[in-house]
Design a protein around this ligand. Sequence first.
Ligand code: UDP
Length: 322
Amino acid sequence: MKALVTGGAGFIGSHLCERLLGGGYEVCVIDDLSTGRLSNIAHLLDSGQIEFVEDSVRNRVIIEPLIEKCDVVFHLAAAVGVQLIVDRPVHTIETNIHGTEIVLEYANKYSKKVLITSTSEVYGKSENVPFHEDDDTILGSTMFSRWSYACSKAIDEFLAFAYHKQYGLEVVVCRLFNTIGPRQVGHYGMVVPRFVEKALKNETIQVYGDGKQSRSFTYVGDVVEAIGKLAVSEDAIGKVLNIGSDREISINELADLVIKMTSSKSGKDRISYEKAYGVAFDDMQRRVPCLERIKEAIGYQPKTSLEEMLEIIIEDLKGRDK
Ligand code: UDP
């Protein structure tokens, strides 16, 4: 089996490549290195285990033959990270919508199964946790760029299901909740690497808003394992499935846990969203997945505890400083 991984040099993409190689796939990566980094896949390139194409999925001349010669497409290429979304809203909307349009168009032309990675942002401002896949999406005003990300990913989902319904294309949509692990960087948002980096330097950790907003974090290894299993699950075809963990933690508690686990002397500072992102900002207060559907499809159960994930990330970031 030959897999095409779009966005394969990104944080999650690079872990997925390793999982697929371990599962016997041949892997080809296309990544424009906008947020992905060659260093994430350097070990796979050096050992000649993957083919790498540096380009955008929006480049039709390049993407068409790559899709034609693979058996399955894992579509991860997207503009991600709250800071990036706020700073580059046009880029976010165009990348996420046009990129997926093109991938689905060629996947349909050559009848190739596609796994689309979507996001828990699609649930929007609902606080009705846990979020079930068929829940309503409750998005904020179009004045806040943040919701353009949720909307762009929702359009990707609509389009994937449209191809499935109208042409019978095999699609699986995965809604990822906050995924963390080695290789994730804090430049584009991403609270965990930001907090750990600050704690390791004994610098003040910035908690946005009142810090009572919560998230549930999932280990990247558990996420890519689930994606790998979903790719071969008959039950998942034509469905949207949450991938996440149901352990919820407030951002305040997360900061305290990181400080404790790094034995850091860092203090915490509360800053307004407006100051943090440079524009008025509308946050999600809670985000917890219902995991019944994915349990039923592939027997999914996240294995890595929050403390274990943080331990691995702390070691990874300590290593990067050397
Ligand atoms: N956050 C924070 N300090 C930071 C970065 C993020 O307090 O340095 C907060 C952010 O406002 C949000 C949560 O941490 O409530 C998770 O942010 P992230 O950007 O990681 O992902 P999100 O879940 O918002 O997409």
